[in-house]
Design a binder for this molecule. Structure first.
Ligand code: CA
Length: 259
């Protein structure tokens, strides 16, 4: 067995953290490649980095799972034939914990059963090896687009049952609560967008500060700024049935239900 490269050891490339928040106005994403074929893995990583994505790599299923536990990804390219922990097992594991994470599986040419099993186990799309890189890129982009714009009209949406329907325009600072426009500053919108895109999951302070860096300035970000913006958003959400929970030490989470 060859010595693990930085990528195979699962270390994210240098600026992975700076890009690890979902960005709706631009196509970059933080991606995990789980593939034991070193040549293919490196070729995929190089291609995706060239396209502006940040990439972490895993050479086996165990590393893939560790990375998925410790890092938030926007999408996964998952080879089904992986050593240590099989790709199918990784896929089932993902679907039990990370419901919304888009997964593109790679299967062998004769692995029709694998493909069917993979799709049944919750893969979003598949490619049969060997494939051409342009096709992988096209499939990946459309998978990421679908996952980022889950609702009609290209907006992010949350709210069901007794909760109000909250829609956020992913391209400009606009949002609606039951079709009534919310007045939002650029930063409030960026924060709300992150919370809606990750509803039910914790959004860390770091994620928010990173997203704000990408927005035009509204003055310096003081140490209490995030709390102030969360407070304002809570007021604007009022008695909509949607609440922003403070998860101590971790960050904030948008929930549908009682505060
Ligand atoms: Ca393989």
């Amino acid at each position: 067995m060859t010595a693990p490269t930085d990528r195979a050891a699962g270390r994210p490339t240098s600026d992975a953290h700076a890009r690890s928040w979902p960005c709706y106005a631009c196509p970059m994403a933080h991606l995990l490649i789980a593939e034991d074929d070193e040549l293919l893995r490196d070729a995929l990583a190089a291609l995706l980095e060239q396209s502006g994505h940040s990439v972490a790599c895993a050479a086996n299923g165990a590393i893939a799972r560790e990375l998925l536990e410790s890092t938030r990804f926007d999408g996964v390219i998952l080879d089904l034939g992986l050593p240590l922990v099989d790709g199918m097992e990784v896929l089932r594991w993902i679907r039990q914990r990370l419901l919304a994470l888009p997964v593109l599986i790679l299967t062998a040419r004769d692995g029709i059963d694998d493909r069917v099993q993979g799709l049944n186990a919750g893969a979003d799309d598949y490619l049969t090896k060997p494939f051409i890189m342009a096709e992988l890129q096209a499939r990946l982009q459309s998978m990421l687009r679908r996952s980022r714009l889950p609702a009609f009209g290209g907006s992010l949406e949350i709210g069901s049952g007794s909760a109000s329907r909250l829609r956020v325009d992913p391209t400009m600072p606009r949002a609606w609560l039951d079709d009534e426009a919310l007045e939002l500053t650029q930063r409030e919108w960026a924060l709300l967008q992150l919370l809606v895109a990750n509803a039910g999951q914790v959004v860390s302070r770091e994620d928010v500060l990173n997203a704000w860096q990408a927005e035009p300035a509204e003055g310096a970000v003081g140490s209490n700024a995030l709390e102030v913006y969360v407070h304002r958003l809570r007021r604007k959400l009022g008695d909509s049935g949607l609440s922003i929970r403070n998860v101590r030490g971790l960050g904030y989470m948008l929930e549908s239900g009682t505060p």
